[in-house]
Design a protein around this ligand. Structure first.
Ligand code: KG4
Ligand code: ZN
Length: 394
């Protein structure tokens, strides 16, 4: 079967096409990401309404590019009216207008697209319906509804957090359970118990249990805010990790707190770490602006990164031990961090440690396609799909 996936929960517009064989083998046909990182850099973060407009601009070009990559972009040999699979009694514009009521700009562009190209050979559309920024989620959902309606292809809504876990099955077919998943991104930091394969494959109710999560900022958010304090730009995670690598050989900087590290539960709190960085940097700048230099920032970056890693590893390994896990699964943008991966691998004697390729750790459409495959039986009437910014995995 072929799955077309759509991801717009934050600031990356992702469109992927995945082919799954009868034996369950995955063949990635396309995984296109239109990133808004340049805009994030300019404004120092993600602003939902701005991100929504970018999704509206990028989503159709991303679809065209994905179809092209998958060699599925074909001009029709029939007239558009004949190949329109939706209700035939009303005009194309009027019927699509009802689906894309809230996306007038997209409607204008999609009608010529539908007239120009043939329905692709796709069996299922999967789309993120949460968690994430609701204005952004709606762009992907409305777009999915429109494709589903026009091409008459069923849709499954999928959970973004779960997709960060399931993307690991691309390269790990025989995950041993129980497993502990650490999902760390700009929006979430959660330790999740993944109970067993039958549940995992069906991803049914009760398959996951959130053991702990952040009480305030997410780990990625902490990287981003600390980078801003140091005047380093956006997104903070990759910038801090690159600087930290260069700090080798520098004397260690001020030791930062490891919030809630000894709390005995699986919860996190990263806002205190950000505040500690803010006060320390203010104090050090007041003492000497000259010392607020590249070396200072490198040392601080290394300490921020290590403080975050220490807490993430301590709590995840504790969960792994407490629940007799066989596997630790990492996912989400922060799991692209090389130092985090390296330090997790030190526990390879106790657990199998798995993580996606760095480009699949951050948001992408492929993870949504994979989750769509596991949920292929949960086809939902497009009229009933809506965005839920706070959607939970359990
Ligand atoms: O999963 P993701 O792409 O989007 C959300 O769902 O939020 O995660 C984005 C987050 C950002 O906060 C970014 O700073 C962080 O992931 N990130 C990293 C690295 N690459 C991305 N954090 C630490 N080290 C990295 N190499
Ligand atoms: Zn994410």
């Amino acid at each position: 079967m072929k799955i077309l996936a759509i991801e717009t929960s934050c600031d990356d517009t992702g469109i992927a096409i995945l082919e799954v064989s009868k034996t369950g083998d995955f063949a990635v046909k396309a995984n296109v990401i239109a990133s808004q990182v340049k805009i994030g850099k300019k404004y120092g973060g993600v602003y939902p309404m701005m991100a929504k407009r970018e999704h509206q601009k990028n989503i159709l070009p991303a679809l065209i590019s994905a179809l092209e990559k998958a060699r599925m972009l074909k001009k029709p040999d029939k007239s558009p009216k004949e190949h329109f699979d939706g209700p035939a009694t009303i005009s194309l514009e009027a019927s699509l207008g009802a689906v894309l009521e809230r996306e007038p700009e997209l409607l204008k562009k999609i009608i010529p697209f539908f007239k120009k190209y043939e329905k692709p050979d796709v069996d299922l559309i999967s789309v993120t319906n949460g968690p994430g920024l609701e204005p952004c989620l709606w762009v992907g959902i409305n777009f999915a509804k429109c494709l589903s309606y026009f091409w008459n292809i069923p849709i499954v809504p999928v959970n973004h957090t779960e997709s960060h876990i399931l993307v690991n099955t691309l390269e790990n077919k025989n995950i041993k359970f129980p497993a502990i998943a650490l999902v760390v991104s700009g929006g979430h930091t959660q330790i999740i118990l993944v109970k067993g394969k039958p549940h995992f494959a069906k991803a049914s109710r009760g398959a996951y249990k959130i053991l702990g999560e952040t009480r305030d900022d997410a780990a990625g958010e902490c990287f981003d805010k600390c980078a801003k304090i140091l005047g380093l730009g956006y997104p903070g995670g990759p910038i801090i990790s690159k600087l930290a690598v260069k700090s080798v050989g520098c004397r260690t900087s001020h030791r930062l707190p490891r919030p809630m590290m000894g709390s005995g539960d699986y919860d996190f709190s990263f806002s205190g770490l950000k505040t500690a960085v803010l006060y320390q940097v203010k104090k050090d700048k007041n003492n000497s602006m000259e010392l607020f230099n590249k070396e200072y920032k490198m040392k601080m970056a290394a300490e921020i990164q290590q403080a975050i890693i220490d807490v993430l590893i301590k709590k995840t390994i504790k969960a792994g031990t407490d629940y007799k896990a066989k596997t630790i699964i990492l996912g989400g943008g922060v799991s692209a961090n090389q130092e985090l991966r390296k330090q997790f691998l030190e526990f390879s004697n106790e657990f199998k440690i798995i993580f996606p390729k760095p480009e699949l750790s951050t948001d992408n459409g492929l993870m949504i396609a994979i989750a769509g495959f596991y949920h292929k039986n949960k086809i939902t009437n497009w009229k009933k799909i809506s965005a839920n910014g706070n959607l939970r995995i359990n």
